[in-house]
Design a protein around this ligand. Structure first.
Ligand SMILES: Cc1cc2nc3c(=O)[nH]c(=O)nc-3n(C[C@H](O)[C@H](O)[C@H](O)COP(=O)(O)O)c2cc1C
Length: 223
């Protein structure tokens, strides 16, 4: 499965089979997570055992307690951390999808229960649940291209395609509070329309948008 196919196949999955991730698959995902971590200047960690990430009460409420593994999204606290976590974390999400796994970004979890390393000055911003889903998940209704972009009317095809791919990205509570603006000089601005975890969302949608840039043979904008 290519990364673009993974964009279409991915849906958030909250109920997982009681099945450990096979060693070979876990190694491939771990390698990608380490690559993403290095590329983003982050401290992302693939944890094959989710430990107590989804504490009892939370898991009962959210259902994510069945996830066998998680990716802990850790990085040096400072401006732009959440956006970079969204961008590089989403690359890991699409890689997991390509490996036959399912995922769910999770802003609600028990920070003390995550068996990850957090060095001084670092922050655990969010986690991503990973495992074999009981189902592949389902598509959700979302906003239209006009609601999340402007300036596209006479713009290039890659801009419209970027917005189309961004609309398929996960966002917290499906809020899709982002906007891509094609400026008069041809540059692109991405805007955070503010909501819970919307800065992580912005990084995630930038990654999807950049897939359209790469598809058109252009340099990604936020790598
Ligand atoms: C930053 C972020 C935080 C999220 N937090 C949670 C969460 O705490 N619990 C949960 O069940 N889903 C969470 N989600 C999943 C969203 O609800 C989901 O992506 C959205 O409803 C769209 O559905 P889809 O991913 O299937 O396209 C989160 C998603 C993102 C991007």
């Amino acid at each position: 499965m290519t990364e673009l196919e993974a964009v279409y196949a991915r849906h958030s999955v909250r109920a997982y089979l009681d099945k450990k991730i096979e060693a070979e698959t876990a190694k491939k995902l771990n390698d990608t997570v380490l690559e993403c971590s290095a590329a983003g200047g982050l401290h992302l960690q693939f944890l094959p055992d989710a430990g107590n990430t989804f504490g009892r009460l939370l898991s009962r409420v959210m259902g994510l307690g069945s996830a066998p593994a998680v990716i802990a999204c850790v990085g040096k606290d400072g401006p732009g951390l959440e956006e970079r976590i969204g961008y590089w974390g989403e690359k890991a999400v699409l890689s997991a999808q390509s490996l036959g796994l399912n995922t769910c970004w999770a802003g609600t979890f028990s920070p003390k229960g995550v068996p990850c390393e957090i060095a001084p000055g670092e922050k655990l911003a969010i986690v991503i649940a990973v495992g074999y889903g009981k189902t592949p998940g389902t598509p959700h209704r979302g906003k239209s291209a006009d609601q999340v972009s402007s300036g596209a009317a006479d713009g290039p095809e890659w801009f419209r395609r970027g917005v189309e791919l961004a609309l398929l990205a996960p966002t917290a509570i499906n809020q899709q509070k982002f906007e891509f603006v094609l400026e008069k000089d041809g540059s692109v601005t991405s805007v955070d329309r503010r909501g819970p975890f919307s800065s992580v969302d912005l990084g995630i949608v930038r990654y999807h948008f950049d897939l359209a840039r790469k598809e058109a043979g252009l340099k990604p904008l936020w790598e």
